[in-house]
Ligand binder design. Structure first.
Ligand SMILES: Cc1cc2nc3c(=O)[nH]c(=O)nc-3n(C[C@H](O)[C@H](O)[C@H](O)COP(=O)(O)OP(=O)(O)OC[C@H]3O[C@@H](n4cnc5c(N)ncnc54)[C@H](O)[C@@H]3O)c2cc1C
Length: 413
């Protein structure tokens, strides 16, 4: 049995955003801890791989600078955050139309009024939402985003051509059945701050958290298979004793460890495919999101991530493509179909683009069809994770912080 006595640590299982934030909070309060992860790196679902000179994020994800927990724990300057253009290029009727945030790019915003992506009144509605004059607050928590947008009066040209591809990319589900609360929160964060990526990829975020705690307190490639209120045991039989145990794993792993069976929330999933291309083939060096406004797919959204972060070798560029709801097709088939769509979008030069790697992420975010549990569970064994909020980097961090603060209060009483 390792670690016992007066300075017994808090044992945290899972070094994703929730577990790391819990660890940093305890460390700041001088409470000893150990953090375990079965993976070979910290980050959980927020990881970046190095492949043949490219940096590939495990799925396209972004940080919103308005996230309160990110502001609290991250040093934005050191992350060298690169900003996305606040708007997108929407493919519709054989060309791209720019839809821009009029509050940040007034001229582009003004031009957006005359595109077929939504009517004039739709755009007025978005402006009113932006100014807080129109809100979804009176709608119940179980109202889906798609129903709420309809009730709010948005027409099909706005819902089908803009809201669907944009929010599918955020929710990672096609029907927009996600609760309107998640839409509201996302809209608020997008409006209040920037959409960014660290220069070295999304994985820099958990790495920055991990650098705030002593390295020898992080035990990687250590799968915990048994959990009791004051001890844990790894698959190879090693045991650790502590003052408390925090399960910062995905919900189903926590349930399994607690002997609650395999019961788990529904998950939204996404396929992320990377294509490499010559830098000369880039349609533009603007870091902007491309959306499929036709609904024909398979690509829902695309970003030339090398316009944002340092993720491709010199002379090369990198396209990150997100495909949602095509689980019946294998990745090679999706890559083939995606390339056809890219050819339609960007022309014959796409023939020279190379499919580098695809990630099929079955468990990307817990489904938010219904509102989440209100706060982390403080029972004999503590639990935290993004599933205690509207799932995001921010909600994972918040649940980790709240759990640690509870343990700190308990230790003082
Ligand atoms: C493709 C994709 C796109 C996303 N896009 C965005 C976005 O744009 N913006 C945003 O804010 N959020 C986004 N998210 C969501 C965000 O990444 C997650 O909400 C957040 O990272 C979840 O963190 P977590 O700590 O709760 O869980 P996890 O990251 O899942 O961490 C759980 C950890 O527990 C470990 N673990 C499990 N069981 C054990 C065990 N028995 N022993 C030891 N270790 C164990 C796992 O290895 C894992 O590291 C996206 C997610 C994905 C996958």
């Amino acid at each position: 049995m390792k670690s016992s006595g007066a300075s017994s640590p808090v044992l945290i299982i899972g070094a994703g955003m929730a577990g790391l934030t819990c660890a940093v909070t305890l460390h700041r309060a001088n409470i000893p801890f150990l953090i375990f992860d079965r993976g070979n790196e910290v980050g959980g679902r927020v990881r970046t791989d190095e492949v043949d000179g490219y940096r590939l994020d495990r799925g396209f994800q972004v940080l919103l600078t308005a996230y309160p927990e990110a502001q609290r724990f991250l040093d934005y300057k050191k992350l060298d955050l690169q900003r996305c253009y606040p708007g997108s290029q929407v493919w519709y009727e054989n060309r791209f139309y720019r839809v821009a945030d009029p509050f940040r790019h007034p001229m582009d915003g003004f031009r957006s009024i005359f595109t077929p992506i939504g009517s004039f009144t739709d755009k007025l509605r978005v402006g009113m939402m932006r100014m807080g004059l129109l809100s979804f607050r009176s709608m119940p928590d179980n109202c889906s985003t798609i129903n709420a947008l309809g009730k709010m009066g948005f027409g099909h040209s706005m819902i089908d051509r803009f809201w669907k591809p944009f929010m599918r990319g955020v929710f990672l589900e096609n029907e927009l059945s996600t609760t309107i609360r998640k839409f509201e929160e996302t809209f608020r964060f997008f409006s209040k701050g920037d959409t960014v990526l660290p220069q070295n990829g999304i994985g820099e975020i958990p790495h920055q958290l991990a650098r705030q705690i002593p390295n020898d307190h992080i035990l990687l490639e250590t799968e915990i298979s048994k959990v009791r209120p004051n001890s844990v045991e790894s698959s190879d039989g090693t045991k650790w004793e502590g003052t408390a145990v925090v399960l910062a794993t995905e919900d189903f792993h926590a349930n399994q460890l607690l002997g609650l069976g395999k019961e788990q929330a529904e998950w939204n999933s996404v396929d992320c495919l990377y294509f490499s291309l010559s830098i000369d083939d880039l349609p533009s060096d603007e870091p902007i999101l491309y959306l499929d406004g036709t609904g024909n797919g398979p690509i829902n959204n695309l970003t030339f991530v090398s316009t944002l972060s340092d993720c491709a070798p010199v002379g090369q560029a990198l396209a990150s493509v997100s495909v949602i709801g095509k689980k019946e097709l294998d990745m090679e088939e999706i890559a083939k179909q995606a390339k056809n769509q890219l050819t339609e979008w960007f022309g014959k030069k796409v023939e020279g683009w190379k499919y580098l790697k695809g990630y099929r992420i079955h468990q990307a975010v817990p489904s938010s069809r219904t509102p989440p549990r209100p706060k982390p569970a403080f029972t004999e064994v503590y639990r935290c994770g993004d599933y205690f909020g509207l799932p995001s980097i921010d909600s994972a961090m918040k649940s980790g912080r709240l759990t640690a603060e509870h343990i700190i209060r308990e230790s003082q009483s």
